[in-house]
Ligand binder design. Structure first.
Ligand code: ADP
Ligand code: MG
Length: 297
């Protein structure tokens, strides 16, 4: 750790120019010496990273573009680096209007950085809390955008594992892009032993009990996200934060996330459907998309 202290001090002088690798779509990596000039405006942080605003200067010398730069936090240990690389490589696999777009990945330096499109209106949770009188129609459009983005993830065999309003971003056209692939995996199913980093209140029963993650557990989280939309994130999801308590709570209730009231009312049935205790009774994102489309129209 002593060894790294010096590096960290240097890095705190946060004006460095980054030489980075631009992942070109579909498995090809091309090294480009472009520049990213991050500045100190923090856009937000979650449990695993800090995101800053920055400027991307393309090699051709054309106009700089605004970008968001996520920098790895934690010590430069192998495991942290691997996880951060995984996050970037998942982003590189995705290409959809409802998914945040990756520009590049700075892998040859510390801290490593993910350079992505800047989504100006911030995250959906903050947006819902700060705006007043958001219409049912607008909420249904958010739900539809997220369903479309999630269907793209499922089609690329990506499990998000942390779908929640805090990880969705709002564009200037007031549409949604799914973001934060820090826990995501490229697989049809994974089983984890440790739920230490997992968002307990958004998790399905089979995840809480057996550590299973797949499309159907993302669908459950989507059901919980619908309750966030219905309440405009005024309250937290109903589930307890503690793993043991959450396991007990979910076992006892028939429809754990069913809420009274909320707007739009039509979502109540979707919440029950997405949060069916049996995974096989839940819809796929393809079906979710069709149902939400019908509600929107
Ligand atoms: P963590 O993995 O730590 O949760 P996130 O990727 O969720 O990090 O980013 C944390 C916060 O930073 C988000 O909730 C959002 O407010 C802000 N943010 C992230 N990416 C962007 C972006 N591309 N444009 C604008 N704000 C962003
Ligand atoms: Mg996050």
């Amino acid at each position: 750790n002593r060894r790294y202290q010096h590096i960290w001090q240097l890095l705190d002088a946060w004006s460095l120019v980054v030489n980075y690798i631009v992942p070109v779509r579909r498995n090809k990596l091309v090294v480009l010496h472009s520049q990213v000039l991050p500045n100190s405006v923090s856009l937000g942080h979650g449990a695993f990273g800090e995101v800053f605003k920055g400027k991307f200067v393309p090699i051709g010398g054309t106009e700089p573009t605004e970008v968001a730069v996520k920098r790895m936090i934690g010590e430069p240990k192998r495991i942290n680096c691997q996880e951060f690389c995984q996050e970037a490589s998942i982003m590189a696999m995705l290409e959809h209007r409802n998914v945040v777009n990756l520009f590049g990945f700075a892998a040859l330096q510390f801290p490593m950085m993910i350079v992505m499109e800047f989504v100006p209106m911030g995250d959906l949770k903050k947006y819902l809390r700060q705006s007043s009188n958001i219409s049912s129609k607008q909420i249904s459009l958010f739900a539809l955008d997220i369903a479309n983005g999630m269907r793209h993830l499922a089609s690329r065999k990506v499990i998000h594992r942390d779908l929640a309003c805090r990880n969705c971003l709002i564009t200037k056209e007031i549409r949604v892009k799914i973001s934060d692939f820090g826990l995501s995996v490229n697989d049809l199913e994974v089983v984890v032993k440790n739920l230490r980093k997992a968002p307990i209140r958004w998790l399905a029963p089979e995840t809480l009990n057996k550590g299973i993650f797949n499309e159907k557990t993302d669908v459950w989280s989507y059901g919980v996200l619908l309750t966030e939309l219905m309440t405009r994130c005024a309250a937290d999801p109903l589930a307890p934060r503690d793993l043991k308590e959450a396991q007990r709570w979910i076992k006892e209730a028939d429809h754990p996330h069913r809420i009274d009231g909320g707007d739009p009312r039509d979502f109540a049935e979707m919440v029950d459907y997405c949060c069916e205790k049996s995974p096989s009774a839940r819809p796929t994102f393809q079906i979710v998309k069709k149902k939400v489309q019908a509600i929107y129209q």
